[in-house]
Design a protein around this ligand. Structure first.
Ligand code: CP
Length: 386
């Protein structure tokens, strides 16, 4: 038996112990909607799908289905991961530019959910640019679709996967956690993780990645330090959730105002940019009013604000502050090289961050298979047995 078969058998054993039936029909809209045991089961599925793929074992669990993703923002990795996951599950992927739909003419989220969900077998959505809107849009899609399915007596399972909203980026943070569990097989409990703001000249980035990280990693016993300059706060509810989770898990959560403080003695660092909180809030009204000039002015101010913090960069000196000077560098990508991170730090990490990104494909496979396939553990065992 080869090591990969041993690894697969171990994973299948863990899946046999997990309550996968509890995941049937589930949508992933926020990781905080799922229990830690459920997330743990998803992470085991992630490892299983990757091991199956590595072993060349095909997984056509959703044959001839349509897996449709709606993107209201740019994407390279998540879009490709959605398509790659569909292909490996035997489904057909369709990626739709959200701005090309009738949403731009006032179609409601509930109607969009119903129309797409009656056609497709699984839905993904990225809607991350405006605070207060993206996750609400996804929940309204879910409600509209559920009401339609109930009214028509349909028992179809059409999960919705959040491919990044204003609050969370679950497929990213689960990919990050899957990568961390590969690098630290003992788990992230007790590990010191720096989630830090970093300078960006490119655009005012969403808050969802740092929010998703602090709410997820604290549930698994990590010691999370969140660093940012004054004015770059996150949504208060996400910070409160991180504090509560850290207390419950035996981890810890602290907020600091210097990148060095977060980096000191860290096992893992995750430096990335996000927009100033007050300006991100101002975008809400400007967007509702359709005021493009106001949105452009807010963006200009955000970048000007960022320019006051060009020293918030992940460089060799800061990496030297971490545990033994060799913390694992993470980034959701794309990174602003020369701004968020120096070229030399990125050059050393370039393969690692690609492997981190690659996990997202298996996260999407895991979420969709768990939501759609009955007796999933047995089905996977049969695929391995050939
Ligand atoms: N990290 C991430 O979500 O990448 P994309 O924006 O390219 O999908």
């Amino acid at each position: 038996m080869t090591p990969s078969h041993d690894h697969l058998q171990r994973l299948l054993g863990h899946l046999g112990d997990a309550d996968l039936d509890a995941l049937l029909g589930r949508s992933m809209l926020l990781t905080t909607d799922w229990s830690t045991a459920e997330l743990d089961a998803v992470l085991t599925l992630v490892d299983t799908f990757q091991a199956l793929d590595d072993a060349g074992i095909r997984t056509p669990l959703c044959p001839e289905e349509l897996h449709l993703a709606l993107f209201f923002d740019a994407s390279t990795r998540t879009r490709a991961s959605w398509a790659g996951a569909a292909a490996r599950l035997g489904a057909r992927p369709l990626v739709v530019d959200g701005t090309s739909t009738q949403v731009s003419h006032g179609e409601t989220a509930a109607e969009t959910g119903t129309m797409l969900g009656m056609t497709a077998h699984a839905l993904g959505v990225r809607h991350d640019l405006i605070l207060g809107e993206g996750n609400t849009f996804m929940r309204e899609m879910r409600s509209g679709l559920d009401a339609y399915l109930a009214a028509t007596g349909s028992e179809r399972r059409v999960p919705i996967v959040n491919l990044q909203c204003d609050v969370d980026h679950p497929t990213q943070t689960l990919a990050d956690l899957a990568w961390l569990r590969e690098r630290f097989p003992e788990g992230v409990a007790g590990k010191k993780i720096a989630v830090s703001w970093a300078y960006s000249p490119s655009y005012a980035k969403p808050l969802s990645v740092p929010q998703g990280l602090i709410t997820l990693l604290t549930r698994f016993g990590a010691h999370v330090a969140l660093a940012h300059p004054e004015g770059y706060d996150l949504i208060p509810e996400t910070v409160a959730a991180a504090r509560a989770s850290a207390e419950a898990s035996g981890g810890s959560f602290r907020q600091v105002s210097a990148m060095d403080d977060a980096f000191r003695d860290a096992d893992i660092v995750y430096p990335k940019s996000w927009g100033p909180y007050d300006l991100m809030l101002q975008r809400v009204g400007a967007n509702r009013a359709g005021d493009k000039a106001a949105l452009a002015e807010i963006e200009r101010q955000a970048l000007e604000r960022n320019r006051a913090h060009t020293d918030w960069i992940c460089d060799e000196r800061r990496m030297g502050l971490t545990k033994n000077g060799e913390a694992l560098y993470l980034h959701c990508l794309p990174a602003d090289i020369g701004a968020e991170v120096t070229p030399d730090v990125m050059e050393k990490a370039v393969v690692d961050v690609a492997r981190e990104a690659n996990k997202k494909l298996y996260v999407i496979m895991a979420l969709l298979a768990a939501a759609k396939v009955e007796d999933l553990a047995t089905t996977l065992e049969r695929l391995v047995a050939g």
